[in-house]
Design a protein around this ligand. Structure first.
Ligand SMILES: O=C(O)C(=O)C[C@]1(C(=O)O)C=C[C@@H](O)C=C1
Length: 149
């Protein structure tokens, strides 16, 4: 599976054709308005944002299932997913910053903005490890540092 990386609208990338990804498999009815509705106010959401999960602190987790054991497992696994996502974000930003430093150093010394042989090496490393999606990921990674070609 390969997904186009260019999302001009800034929205989430879609990898499937279905527009009903949050529906349970057997559900043909509209979403339950009670599920995920307001859960009682305790003040402005801005004061309650939970830095760990980005949700207002008083909102219950939507695990996508009503089965409590499965829901608890999902919540636990999501903790690690959130840690990984944060690490990816931190590393992404660190890499972009380092790439900009390299570019500025090179150009200040009369060098080129880009070194395409180095970019090919990086693209190949990602392709070898992750396949075609790796190539797309590396293209985004490179663009985050040196800007668009
Ligand atoms: O390694 C370099 O020479 C860089 O400038 C960094 C970097 C990158 O982000 O990896 C960015 C631009 C170059 O064309 C090649 C690689």
């Amino acid at each position: 599976m390969m997904t186009d990386v260019v999302e001009q609208n800034g929205g989430p990338a879609r990898s499937g054709a279905s527009g009903a990804a949050e529906e349970p498999p057997s559900s043909g009815s509209p979403a339950d308005p009670a599920a995920g509705g307001p859960e009682g106010g305790t003040g402005p959401a801005g004061d309650l944002d939970d830095a760990a999960n980005g949700r207002p602190g008083d909102r219950p987790v939507d695990a996508g299932t009503k089965e409590p054991v499965a829901a608890a497992q999902i919540v636990a696994i999501r903790e690690r997913i959130d840690q990984i996502d944060q690490a990816l974000i931190d590393l992404w930003q660190e890499r972009a910053s380092l790439s900009q430093q390299v570019g500025a150093t090179r150009m200040a010394s009369g060098g080129t903005r880009l070194v395409l042989s180095r970019e090919r090496e990086i693209l190949e490393r990602f392709r070898r490890a992750l396949g075609a999606d790796g190539t797309q990921l590396a293209l985004l990674l490179l663009r985050a540092g040196r800007g668009p070609l």
